[in-house]
Design a protein around this ligand. Sequence first.
Ligand code: MSP
Length: 648
Amino acid sequence: MAEGKFYITTPIYYPSDKLHIGHAYTTTVADSLARWHRFLGEDVFFLTGSDEHGQKIQRISQEKGMTPNEYVDNIVASFKELWAALNVQFDDFVRTTEDRHHRAVQAVFQHLYDNGDIYKSKYEGWYCTPCETFWVEKKLEEGCCPDCHRPVELVEEESYFFKMGKYSERLLKHIESHPEFIQPETRRNEMVNFIKGGLDDLCVTRTTFDWGVPVPFDDKHVIYVWVDAVTNYITAIGYPEDKDRLAHWWPADVHLVGKEIMRFHTIIWPILLMAIGLPLPKVVFGHGWLLFDSDKMSKSKGNVVDPHQLISEFGVDPIRYFLMREISFGQDGNFNRQALIGRTNSDLANDLGNLLNRSLAMLQKYFDGVVPQPLDEESLDRDLKRVAEAVPEEVAKCLESLDINQALTAIWSLIGRANKYVDESAPWALAKDSANQGRLQTVMYNLIEVQRVAALLVKSFLPETGEKIWSQLGVEEAINEQGFADTGWGGLKPGVMTKKGDPIFPRIDLDEEPSVEVPKRAKAQPAQSSAGKAAGETENVIGIEDFSKVELVVAEVLEAGRVQGADRLLKLQVDIGGETRQIVAGIANHYDPDELLGRRIIVVRNLKPAKLRGEVSEGMLLAASSSDGNCLELLTVSDALAPGSRVR
Ligand code: MSP
């Protein structure tokens, strides 16, 4: 794998309000990419920050009765808290109010002026304060900003102008010869059309307010906030003073931005860079929006989703996972609570969490928790190994093209393969006969090894989960010291003592979801019996009030064993939702105890305890059997339903 440098940025956010889950989306993706490139062994610099100047911020602080400084300090502190809560590990955070940034912006401006690219004139036109964008009349839509559809204001003031048009041919040529520069492709076409439509000279200073960086040679003017903002990408790496540092990191490898600010990043920013003689960023990727019920999140619509609330409710990794897995990177996607819960239960709690739990429980039982020495490989093992060897490369390939949700899909294909391997190799069946001891060793080794590889692949996206799996696997070396090469098969050392812990993802009980419509209990409708009588007329009929006396709940099998001296009986320890019960059942002819571990069955919770062959049974499980008794199957549900969930 490459050992270069990787410089990635997010937009710097306006401290006009607290950040919502949409802002968290960009930053989480950037953090995962930065972590991945560190994992590849590259020298990584991940930058984020806050865009604190401009008319919008000045007005908001006035409305709040604060100075702009007081106002932004508070909000910027909340940005940093959010990034910490989301496990976002940035290398630098630029505040545009910092001295180093003022110096950079003034140096850029002076450079443009010295080039003869700037002249003083008068601006008369429209301005959208929420977007901090100038508009000519013909671009307005029904008198409003064509981007955010809010009202614009008429502005008339003395301004400096930047001769953008001078660079448009050069920019078009660059875009043509660097197809990777603007991604995805649809946005490239939009930008090319925009440039071909003709670039007006850009108004680059304001005089009707003063919350900004002063023009170095004319302090009546402050520099336009977008020129100020985009410069942050070179402030952080030492512009203008530290030439070596700048040369090491620049050009940026990826600017990650939302699609609505592509114009600033693929037209204005590159032209500014051309004018000051710096190369252009390698890739500007414009991702789609996170929508809420198919509408853009915005404070005024009252549909913003607070990331802190989500993190405290679900934990950080379910949120990170959902954002990156559910939304096709580059396209708009919907934030939806039900989908978040569904993903968490199926992909995290069930596929990933339960695999770990079951495997470590079996390892504990068969090998006292110690990773055994693998012996001869069979074709089943070779197939698992083939997938485990192919997936890391596949993930790397997806991430090279910033296909983040496909990268996660690839990792989950490995986790799916591992789950299938458990069923196919059936360790519980092998454990019945000591003649299979060698085979059992190989199977259990492979099962733990595949999860070591999965933990390494997962950790860039879900850092907390990577660490939790790693610590339960008991691998001695720190996970953060592991690199891409360590994903190679066979890295797990036999003899490692695993440390089974709590399930890494608690399942979310849909019953507790206020937004789920709980169907009202229908009045029992008398059904026609085969004899043509209404059901209510037959003798065995009970009313709904009788049925509802029976409390049926989902239970997870924690332990299972045989009852001495009773061939037909199995003794189970089950979790019925925060309480462990013992259940004795006549199912030994149909199930091996180990086969039941981790299964979700249905039990009667309010049955009077009874003794069976000296063992107390505190409930009864539900099973269906054929009339001759030869076939019996337990009623089970998927892991999406937590222990204790009611069955009605
Ligand atoms: N300050 C400018 C950016 C200057 S960069 C030199 C700005 N700030 S912002 O606070 O409005 O943030 C915009 C960015 O936040 C978007 O480009 C995007 O990265 C992110 N998002 C804000 N809402 C979003 C969604 N609903 N969905 C996805 N991303 C969102 O513009």
